[in-house]
Design a protein around this ligand. Sequence first.
Ligand code: SF4
Length: 453
Amino acid sequence: MTFDRRNACPSLAVPMRTGDGFLARLPPLAEALTPSQLMAIAVAARTHGNGHVEISKRGNVQIRGLASADASGPSADLAEAGLMLSEGMPISSDPLASLYADAPDPAPVIAALHAALAESGMAARIAPKVALVLDLGGPTAPAGVAADLRLAYRADGVHLGLGGTHESALWIGTIAREDVVAAVLAVLSALSEHGTAARFAGSGALRDVSAILAAVPMLKPVGAPAAPASRPPVGPIDGLAQPAAGIAFPFGQAEAEALTELAETALEAGVTAFAPAPERALLFAGPATAVIATQAHAASLGFITEADDPRRFLSACIGSAGCASGHFPARALAAASAPALAPLLDGSIEIHFAGCGKGCAHPDPAAFTLSGIDKGAALVLDGRARDEAIGFASPEKLVEGLRRLGAARAERETARAAIARIGRAGIVSATIKEGSTGHGGEPGSSDGERLSA
Ligand code: SF4
């Protein structure tokens, strides 16, 4: 059986070519990492890549800058360190679930699903990006991670949800825990009847699910499951069997040396578990003294340790500082601009600095995107880096305009409400009034010619 990798996400088996070499994405982890295993990831990133380790928005670990598409070196090193790296359909769960009261261990469930999916040859029959989420109901469950199929373990059974996040999924009923593997195979098999591009998630998502319901006769129709408690990914985590906290990687990226130093401190202090998590976060648990010491050292190394850090709401790729396609040093400018943009970065909106129209750092729409072009940057409102721009200017001038917008935010007004009040014409006036406006083309093209300055 051949797994069709067209349009698939990058993986450890099949890294993706990027502007700074090949990117290898580890599969979602089913078990927590020890501090030594976190160190092994950092060492592998330095040995085989350019030393940059990332945690993605979905909580996956990525190693950047591999010299070739052959990732057998880091694979072997990580396997030797004891990481369980199962290729196949991505199944995101919660590696800290062992610290919940009464939750099943996700690792054997995920192993059973992968074995059954492989045996059925399902990968060849469904879209390469079909993904599953296992939600064990605790405070670190990946409720905000979108997936084609969600399995939410609750006291009244395992709820099946189709598409979206916990909030937006279509919840179709519950099954018994012993029926999980059979139900997943049945649902995916029914999905495959709609062709190899069919999804429950995304813009072309399947809406008629009557055949899906018929395929799972053991389904009991009930209401949606309770949502896991909502909490910011950064800061103390309550409700686990051990003290725990989360930090985040600025712009999703850490240097191998900083990560190694963090892992060494954690090991010495007594941290027992690390878990990469959604929103580019890294969670850890252990005795209270160990958690506090690790948080403090993380802050000194430049990691995000406060929930209101404005960098949490900025996305940026390396840009021209490390990518051949970049038109400006996106990450360096975003980092330098974070204090000035803090009034806009209250968590109600996101701002994306993209070195070019590919927009690698934030594939989803953002309230503002500065998208690099030949002689400056395009400003996109509520869109992606490649979407229609409202005008063009130098990236620095656009930052100054955004700062002006932030300064216009009224007391007790969110940034989103302020932007809505100011409106498109006011935004154009504040940010690009001296540049050209109304362009409908591709920001990645040579539109910098239109700049007046
Ligand atoms: S968005 Fe463009 S500049 Fe940034 S990493 Fe992707 S390809 Fe490179």
